[in-house]
Design a binder for this molecule. Structure first.
Ligand code: MN
Length: 253
């Protein structure tokens, strides 16, 4: 099995090494990640300047970094850098949760989504609490989930799976189980933070994400609150199918 590993925290992030470690037993690993932390980059492609690809490690698995976004990394890997398409794209382990509305902004999810858009089954992994206090627990969980995929690939008539996985930041024996979930929702984000730089100019920092609003039974927030690993199947089609009929009637004279 050929596995492409990427992330959004940058190629030096501890969670990136942890994910490489977790999937190494399952085949030929190539890792391609951004040079800088690109958290919040969403599905952005760099189109206004050239990109370079630098290799930093070439032992039993190759590690490359690119001066671009997570989406750039997977895009370049799939459209020219790799000799063959991978069988699986994995992204992470993100330092912090990507639940509910976070998935719209997340570079971790975007890296996996780029694989999915190219028809490759893809999994995004995030540590649900910042700080990677229990990386060993997350490595064990990621190895279990990828191992399950290798033993029994997921299939559906609609095409490949894009899985969004959030792992409690806890030792493996404190994690209660692995459950399928839907995305919850957050309240609107906290206000932007206004300040002054040393030159007296006004600067703006984007505020924190909102707290969880729809976080009950069956949601990603709910699962993690119960110390479970949350696994949500995502899709890239943004069409609001429930609204099509009303829109159609509104547009029809
Ligand atoms: Mn990140």
């Amino acid at each position: 099995m050929r596995i492409l590993v990427s992330n959004d925290d940058g190629y030096l992030a501890p969670g990136f090494g942890a994910l490489i470690e977790a999937v190494k037993p399952f085949g030929e690993v190539t890792a391609v990640a951004p040079e800088q932390n690109c958290s919040g980059a969403s599905n952005s492609l760099t189109l206004t300047r050239p990109l370079f690809v630098r290799q930093v490690h070439s032992g039993d698995h190759a590690v490359y970094f690119i001066n671009g976004t997570p989406t750039d990394c997977v895009h370049i890997a799939l459209t020219g850098l790799l000799d063959q398409m991978p069988d699986l794209v994995v992204s992470g382990l993100n330092d912090g949760q990507n639940m509910g509305d976070d998935t719209i902004y997340s570079g971790t999810v975007a890296a996996a989504m780029e694989g999915y858009i190219f028809g490759v089954p893809s999994i995004a992994f995030s540590h649900a609490e910042k700080g990677h206090a229990h990386l060993d627990g997350a490595v064990a969980v990621m190895r279990e989930i990828v191992g399950r995929y290798v033993a029994q690939p997921l299939a559906h008539r609609s095409g490949p799976f894009l899985l969004n996985v959030n792992i409690p930041n806890a030792p493996r024996d404190r994690i209660a189980g692995v459950v399928a979930t839907r995305l919850g929702r957050r309240h609107p984000a906290e206000p932007v933070i206004q300040s002054q730089n040393p030159r007296g100019e006004t600067i703006w920092w984007v505020g924190a994400a909102g707290s969880a609003k729809d976080a009950g039974e069956g949601t990603d927030f709910g699962a993690v609150a119960q110390s479970c690993v949350s696994v949500t199947p995502l899709r890239a089609d943004l069409t609001h199918h429930d609204q099509l009929d009303v829109l159609n009637a509104w547009l029809t004279p």
